[in-house]
Design a protein around this ligand. Sequence first.
Ligand code: ADE
Ligand code: ZN
Length: 337
Amino acid sequence: MDAALRDILIKMPKAELHMHIEGSLEPELIFALAKRNGVTLDYPSVEALRRAYAFTDLQSFLDIYYAGASVLLKEQDFYDMTWAYLERARADNVRHAEIFFDPQTHTDRGVPFATAITGIHRALRDAEAKWGMSTGLIMCFLRHLSEEEAFATLEQAMPHRDKFIGVGLDSSERGHPPEKFARVFERCRELGLRLVAHAGEEGPPEYIRTALDLLKVERIDHGVRCLEDSGLTQRLAREKIALTVCPLSNVKLRVFDKASDHNLLKLIEAGLAVTVNSDDPAYFGGYVNDNFVQMFEVLPLEKNHAYQLARNSFSASFLDNQAKRKCLDEVDAFFEQ
Ligand code: ADE
Ligand code: ZN
């Protein structure tokens, strides 16, 4: 890739729509928070923890990811984690970030729902006030837990309804199909929440279809396996359902054997509203710009693709139309230079 294209990827204004805030905890911060809170980790050092980031599939990652989150106890811990991500995202020219958090990972350890959401939300507010970065928080239900537990989480969230814009579905995909959560998503829709779900990451294309039909989600997180089903691919293109694709995550979790096997360009060529995101940047070897740069290095992607991906990131966001237009104008102006 030439230096000019690399520069465009790094500097272009972009939105990030798929990142788990707990997945932004760098090993150094995990150790600092463990020390501050008197939590004992199973790893003797930052280096030993980082060496454990050799994943074979989604579950092997989730086991370490949930262990890493165990150092988060106080509201300030959630603030510090979120602030570190926002500073990093700002350096990557992220203008708007829609951020996932997993409340059940914390409430199941006895950390109150309010502690987690208040710390995260305070950092989001500070980024808006200080830099004009816009943000939205999306609460994810853990799909390896029951629908009843998801309903209980929604109940705990209601006093904080002003702090989040939508709900998602994450954690172990195989064996936990979308239909398990049909009723809780229906309730969320009645409440006016925006709806997304992880589907077709490790799970089959059928999970993408049921996420659309039964959960009525507006975007699919990952969705890369849709290409195995041409009817579904055509439907996603026709209905302009955005896919929040996370290339480095897919390589680290062995959805694709190597970066050059990734289907990002094929998804774009199928007419899909693709976006590029970092998922769990501290665990997968890079933030959003690293995802762009590494894909453009190994696939025949060019400037017109960069333009399309930057536009898609805002078009697929949950910004209101006026804010979306302003961001899209900024993208257009950047590419006209
Ligand atoms: N939680 C954090 N990252 C995830 C991913 N890539 N898939 C499912 N659940 C997750
Ligand atoms: Zn994810």
